[in-house]
Ligand binder design. Structure first.
Ligand code: SF4
Length: 174
């Protein structure tokens, strides 16, 4: 794991059909009261720059494709944290006609944080657990160095040096 990733996990938040209870608690984690930034956590809007995805709410037929799309845009290795009982099992929405259930029906989940909603302290605990899992995944992932194609540029031939003026005169006389 790079020092940068260990000290500043970037997190993207995906809200799947949540009642907003978990989302409000998650936002509380980012406020100065719980201060997730002391762990280097950065909340970002793009999955393309995220190491960890926090999912709230249950998965239904409509948002399953969106969730999978977000997950596939994250660079690997990556970690998914399911916040609350809804992304774990479907929660109170489990019996709805359109609900598939937990997030693991669509994408792999690494950390489950129980509660309805979980307290911010539990959410922070889950995120730090996710950081440790991310570290293990990164150690198991071989580093692939990009192949750099070198283009060898040969220097142009030096221009011919003109003969000195005296030599030229003798050459003309001869
Ligand atoms: S776990 Fe509870 S608080 Fe969180 S989204 Fe589901 S119903 Fe709302």
């Amino acid at each position: 794991m790079t020092k940068a990733t260990a000290r500043s996990p970037w997190i993207v938040h995906a809200n799947c059909n949540s009642c907003n209870g978990c989302d409000i608690e998650f936002l509380a984690c980012l406020t100065p009261m719980y201060d997730a930034e002391r762990f280097g956590v950065v909340h970002i809007g793009s999955p393309k720059h995220a190491d960890i995805m926090v999912v709230t709410g249950s998965v239904n037929h409509r948002n399953a494709r969106v969730l999978r799309n977000l997950y596939e845009q994250m660079p690997g290795p990556k970690v998914v944290v399911a916040m609350g009982i809804c992304p774990a099992t479907g929660g109170i929405f489990a019996d709805c006609y359109n609900v598939l259930g937990g997030v693991d029906k669509v994408i792999p989940v690494d950390v489950y944080v129980p509660g309805c909603p979980p307290r911010p302290e539990a959410m922070l605990d889950g995120i730090l657990e996710g950081v440790e899992i991310l570290a293990r995944k990164q150690q198991d992932t071989p580093t692939v160095k990009p192949v750099m194609k070198l283009k060898i540029v040969k220097p142009a031939p030096a221009p011919a040096v003109p003969a000195p003026a005296a030599d030229r005169e003798q050459a003309v006389k001869a």
